[in-house]
Design a binder for this molecule. Structure first.
Ligand SMILES: C[S@@+](CC[C@H](N)C(=O)[O-])C[C@H]1O[C@@H](n2cnc3c(N)ncnc32)[C@H](O)[C@@H]1O
Ligand code: SF4
Length: 295
């Protein structure tokens, strides 16, 4: 981790690409002032920039590994500006939302003006739970060049959605928000992400039908949740993993067989689907990506 202005950034080289992630605070709570300062050469080769507008979230998804017990801080325009001031000729994607909820950030609509020098060069993606779409304006991002809106939505069954995302999240709210986005920005691609554990593995085939046919999602990515078991963490995933094990006598993550059943449930949508394994969190996450069937 490196310090840049009042923010914190990480720099990773994955394959041939450099990924830079920018956070308003250190995501594990370490002091920002103790970190070495980022140099222009840390940024110059960046292909993918992602940033968190705020270190907070309005949901508490049971499988989320983000730790919400640290300070709540917004990413300032100056801190994003310090990154944007470095020429990054390879930059082609900018993801808004990384470990927290971007629509809670008070500068959400203003960041595109700070990134103007990359307009036409890089495309943006917004990664959100969508619950505040009725209060915020994605218009400036659409004007900047929005590749897609990525909405994390973990069931089409209201009670299952609400217990999985927790913290008072409302299913009817997200459905209305998506209808409004569809009506206002018919050209924006909408991707759904559904992280699946034992709490929300009911009727995933029905979820796909609902998402494609009723909401008009362009793509669905299913993730088989991995629940890490570090007892000391304050992230929701750790509390859920412990509680589920205590109550059910088994882990809350799907077994291979259960994941197989989820995939079979999606049979009508599997033509052209891509399945993969992502080595992350010390384990392997299975994913399944499906595009909306062409009529
Ligand atoms: C940490 S969230 C931050 C952005 C925003 N709050 C959201 O939920 O879209 C980023 C993505 O991580 C996914 N995610 C959360 N917990 C996960 C887990 N245990 N395994 C895989 N993906 C997970 C979420 O569904 C979301 O798509
Ligand atoms: S996955 Fe859920 S809890 Fe975690 S940041 Fe996104 S919406 Fe918040």
């Amino acid at each position: 981790m490196l310090a840049i202005g009042g923010a914190v950034m990480s720099r990773e080289d994955i394959g041939r690409d450099r990924y830079v992630s920018l956070y308003p605070i250190h995501p594990f709570g370490a002091a920002q002032g103790d970190l070495p300062k980022a140099r222009p050469e840390d940024l110059a080769e960046t292909a993918h920039l992602r940033f968190d507008p705020i270190s907070a979230c309005n949901a508490r998804c049971v499988f989320c590994h983000s730790d919400f017990s640290h300070a709540v801080k917004h990413l300032t325009l100056d801190d994003l500006g310090a990154v944007a001031a470095v020429p990054m000729p390879k930059l082609h994607t900018i993801a808004v939302g990384c470990a927290y909820e971007p629509l809670m950030g008070k500068f959400f609509e203003t960041y595109p003006s700070v990134l103007q020098s990359f307009r036409g060069q890089a495309k943006a993606r917004i990664i959100t739970n969508g619950a505040l779409l009725h209060r915020r304006d994605i218009g400036p991002w659409v004007e900047f060049g929005l590749e897609y809106l990525h909405v994390s939505l973990h069931s089409h069954i209201p009670e299952v959605y609400e217990r999985t995302m927790a913290n008072g999240m409302r299913f009817d709210r997200i459905v209305r928000n998506l209808a409004e986005i569809r009506a206002r920005f018919p050209g924006v691609r909408v991707l759904f992400v559904n992280v699946i554990c034992k709490l929300n593995d009911e009727d995933v085939g029905g979820y796909c039908r609902w998402a494609f046919e009723e909401i008009g999602a362009d793509q669905i990515v299913l993730f088989r949740a991995v629940l890490a078991d570090a007892i000391q963490s304050r992230a929701p995933a750790f509390a859920f993993a412990r509680q589920y094990l205590a109550e059910q006598g088994r882990g809350g993550a799907l077994t291979d067989e259960e994941w197989g059943a989820v995939v079979r449930d999606c049979a009508p949508f599997l033509q052209g689907a891509v399945a993969s394994e992502l080595p992350e969190l010390g384990a392997s996450i299975s994913t399944l990506t499906m595009d909306r069937p062409t009529p």
